[in-house]
Design a protein around this ligand. Structure first.
Ligand code: GCU
Length: 342
């Protein structure tokens, strides 16, 4: 705890000193206001590419007022720390997995519920359904942060040193999860032991055996090289958890109307760019992981996985009315796609 406080203090000092450097001797800010965005991915990642487009668009239209700075690779801390900085206003935006938002509002745990969406089309339609997402995005306003956009982060699957053909192959294993209560609950339902840790620690933990397996999209195999230390990727498709663009609520809410419209449009475009880049990046990642890293992709008995955790869905929503409301809004979309598929 103390170490984290020290780290946050250091980052705050860094940000403050760069802000002061932009000030004249009188303390009056000269030049554009700096907008800082943090994310935990490398610069080759679709999210970084999309944010670069966002930066360009904002600076082209509002360059006299704003300069956008993007900090990649978790330079300003992992998502959890960066979110705290967004909350205080030291940062303006962070991009991170929706799982991280569970600590701000339990409604976000909906995304970590295994097999929530029957397929990717449902997931995408839900993320584009205004009444659903706006309810989720605004839920944390009182805590000083709001989500303003989403990025595709694919489908999450288990990977490790051996294939997991059925859910029973997970039994008793230590598996890394994103630090969130719903993820811990899911892993317990699967019969494995949950080890919550940040994304940046996973490679070493896989390498030295602190964990037996992890779960993520295909891109993690190549972008952060997990394919070097995990040679089997089992397609159980247990979750689709979006990455979110989260803003400091005061910054976002106080943007003058005209500027807000420009920001919203730039977010929209960034979402579109990311989806195109994501598709390409996933195909490339599969190819590289297979042919250069020696990773085997395995189609597994997804029914055994699904059957194991489906009872958990009902239990969780029955205990949580806010979650039930969102869950019930998603079901007609699931049904529509299931019917269409028959
Ligand atoms: C995905 C997601 C990241 C997240 C990571 C994780 O890669 O895009 O935002 O940090 O999973 O498992 O922590």
């Amino acid at each position: 705890m103390k170490r984290r406080k020290t780290f946050l203090g250091l980052i705050m000092a860094l940000i403050l000193s760069s802000t002061l450097a932009a000030c004249g001797g009188s303390g009056q800010v000269k030049g554009p206001e700096i907008i800082r965005i943090s994310h935990g991915q490398p610069e080759t990642h679709p999210i970084h590419i999309a944010l670069s487009g966002f930066k360009k668009e904002i600076e082209e239209q509002l360059g006299d007022k704003y300069e956008v700075q993007i900090y990649a690779n978790g330079l300003l801390g992992d998502t959890k720390n960066a979110l705290e900085l967004v909350q205080t206003g030291a940062l303006d935006f962070v991009v991170g997995s929706a799982s991280n938002m569970e600590t701000f509002h339990p409604i976000y745990s909906i995304f970590s519920m295994p097999y929530l969406f029957v397929d990717e089309n449902v997931y995408k339609e839900v993320m584009e359904t205004e009444p659903i997402v706006s309810r989720i995005y605004q839920s944390t306003e009182a805590s000083g942060v709001v989500s303003v956009g989403w990025f595709d982060a694919g489908t999450r699957n288990f990977y490790g040193k051996k294939p997991f053909e059925t859910v029973d192959d997970l039994r008793g294993l230590k598996i890394r999860v994103q630090p969130s209560p719903m993820n811990v609950m899911m892993m317990e339902a699967f019969g494995a032991g949950a080890v919550p840790m940040s994304f940046g620690e996973v490679y070493t933990a896989l390498q030295n055996g602190t964990i037996d397996a992890a779960e993520n999209n295909e891109f993690a195999l190549t972008s952060v090289k997990h394919g070097e230390v995990a040679k089997y990727f089992s397609y159980d498709r247990h979750q689709m958890v979006p990455d979110l663009l989260v803003a400091n609520a005061a910054f976002w809410n106080h943007l003058p109307e005209k500027e807000k419209a420009i920001f919203q449009k730039a977010v929209r475009h960034a979402e579109e760019v990311e989806q195109v880049e994501w598709k390409k990046a996933t195909e490339e990642a599969i190819d590289t992981a297979k042919n250069q890293m020696g990773v085997t992709f395995v189609d597994v008995d997804t029914k055994s996985y699904r059957d194991r955790v489906m009872p958990m869905q009902k239990e969780v929503v029955e205990k949580n009315p806010a979650l039930k409301e969102i869950y019930d809004m998603i079901q007609p979309i699931n049904m529509k796609h299931e019917e269409g598929a028959q």
